[in-house]
Design a protein around this ligand. Sequence first.
Ligand SMILES: *[C@@H]1O[C@H](CO)[C@@H](O)[C@H](O)[C@H]1NC(C)=O
Ligand SMILES: *[C@@H]1O[C@H](CO)[C@@H](O)[C@H](O)[C@H]1NC(C)=O
Length: 735
Amino acid sequence: MDARNLLVLLSFGITLVLLVTWFHLPLLSLTNKEALNCNIYSGWCTSKNRFHSSSSDPNPINKPTTFSNHHQQLKHEFDVPRHPLDPLTIQEFNEVRAVLSTHPLFKSSNSYTLNSLVLEEPDKELVLKWKKGQPLLPRKASIVALVKGVTHTLTVDLNTNQITNHETSPAAGYPTMTIEEMMSVLDVPLKNNEFNNTITKHGVDLADLVCLPLSSGWYGTPVEENIRLIKVQCYSRKGSVNFYMKPIEGVTVLVDMDKKEVVSITDNGQNIPIANGVDTDYRYSVQKLNKELKLINPISLEQPKGPSFTVDGHIVKWANWEFHLKPDPRAGIIISQAKVRDPDTSELRSVIYKGFTSELFVPYMDPTDGWYFKTYMDAGEYGFGLQAMPLDPLNDCPRNAYYMDGVFASADGTPFIQPNMICIFESYAGDIAWRHAECPITDMRVTEVRPKVTLVVRMAAAVANYDYIMDWEFQTDGLIRSKVGLSGILMVKGTTYENMNQVPDQEYLYGTLLSENIIGVIHDHFITYYLDMDVDGSDNSFVKVNIKRQETSPGESPRKSYLKAVRKVAKTEKDAQIKLQLYDPSEFHVVNSLKKTKVGNPVGYKLVPGATAASLLDPEDPPQKRAAFTNNQIWVTPYNKSEQWAGGLLVYQSQGDDTLQVWSNRDRPIENKDIVLWYTVGFHHVPCQEDYPIMPTVSSSFDLKPVNFFERNPILRMPPNFKDDLPVCKAQDSA
Ligand SMILES: *[C@@H]1O[C@H](CO)[C@@H](O)[C@H](O)[C@H]1NC(C)=O
Ligand SMILES: *[C@@H]1O[C@H](CO)[C@@H](O)[C@H](O)[C@H]1NC(C)=O
């Protein structure tokens, strides 16, 4: 199999039979007594009342596959939009293609690529006014197309079947690559005899070659001018599916992505051997089992009365939450119009208008020739949603999960399905939502405890070697947690070293020796979130609540010092460019100053950062200029429909002239305005041997937590678990 076919397999290899069927059977109405007797009434102990995925293929990568996934298409053929934010349907994609085909730019199918084709969301004020049952707002498609090196942005009105807007972009940079482009560049080096000879000289059989398309960043050199470039580096897959651990170090092919020609081939790794790849295969089927190892018994969550959430088209309802959920080729998951029901008034109250992963930045920390350019922006360059592989039922998501497919457009506009792209499930990890036990001295004998159940929306994007597990978790107490889990395989560097005792200066390893001939290179991950907060309405303010030490005056108190909270409303954008500081801490509130609680506090939500890291690169370093949205951890901008992608609309080879930093430096007023909060989760990753040959998941998160939003604890009236509600089934009854 050649490299191209292997990449096809990697990108689409998991798609074939993952047909999801949602058996929405009526909930079984068993009385507690009946349910307890699971031998006779095995009702809930079987999987009948669960959401289903019909695939349980443990090893899908071995399946043959095709680019057009006809089976899944059939399932979505008759999808109709029912909400103004619903993604484009198969029929709408086909209509867009028909409209475009009448335009001279799109006459010949091999002269253009549609790098983005998604719903153009209606104006926010119209969406906010729209109510279920009303006619749908006019449907429009937003298109980013590349024609002969020029980026065109177009709008197609699907009601009139007209192109209503057409502009060419003056900005530097190119749109997100299409899957077809990523694949087609891998053929290019193989047409070059010098490349074949180079690979052979490294002792690699061309039949074992696997190559990756690596975005080349932008460094302002003459060779980058007016040309869309990509770098190709290759690996040997001989003896292990984990080819990432067998780099052909030092060989970099620079490719003209449009002409599909080799620009240059560099080889400065002639003396570096290919690592042997022994024991790097991570598949369960090939592991040598150690009989001494204690295994965990199978585990799963039981829901005697079935799931508590519903998915109606793209509207998810669970407990006190309601939100719109859609897959997006660039952002992955988009959460819209998230509202929480007030337990006192029963009113659905708005929290977020729109939240998603706006951009990622992954710079590697090795300045040498084959590595300096590795400064990936995974959403804008590769498409975070395009890289979201089908989730593996029972392992990526528990058995009680519901799966949602993505329906996206390929480079010529033909729709395709990204099956099982998102899962939704209720999670119970044995945690406590709130508790109090009265101690014996009061003689009151009160013990009240509530179990914590949450709703998780999950996606896992495998951007080549790295896997990002993206969760949005909703809690009944009003908190939203957004979590990033990093797993997958390190991008490693080949070396002559086999042991640390051969290394003269560890600093110039740029990483950690993980195995013979393998260095895990130090790198960062930054994930920047767009959070259009609408706390009880669109007009909000950002308040920095600074926690400061106050010294007491002499004689005032036996205490010398205490802490006080000093509130400061951000007037303009620059007031809200925030770098986190442990010794000068603040809380970060988004409040609606027009809405107050009964005792007069403005209602709000606060952003609670988790463990994070800041970028330490020089602000003038070209990758840092392009990723200037990581210069602060928090930013607040006034709402602007065209400012959603933190690195700019056109991120590929961008030069940093259209980033969040540039917008925020306009220093526009943000007090009592429709505002957008931006937050960046960061990781410094100094690899260690446990990350080899595949990484245990490392996570970080942030919370959006109600702050004076409710009058009191919103889950005060929630019931505890009662024994009768949780019948114990015999193990064999569980399906
Ligand atoms: C390079 O090797 C590949 C794989 O064997 C082959 O298909 C291709 O024709 C070769 N290229 C040249 C220019 O010989
Ligand atoms: C909205 O954003 C675009 C892109 O940054 C900018 O050109 C425009 O001036 C912005 N509008 C306002 C009112 O800030």
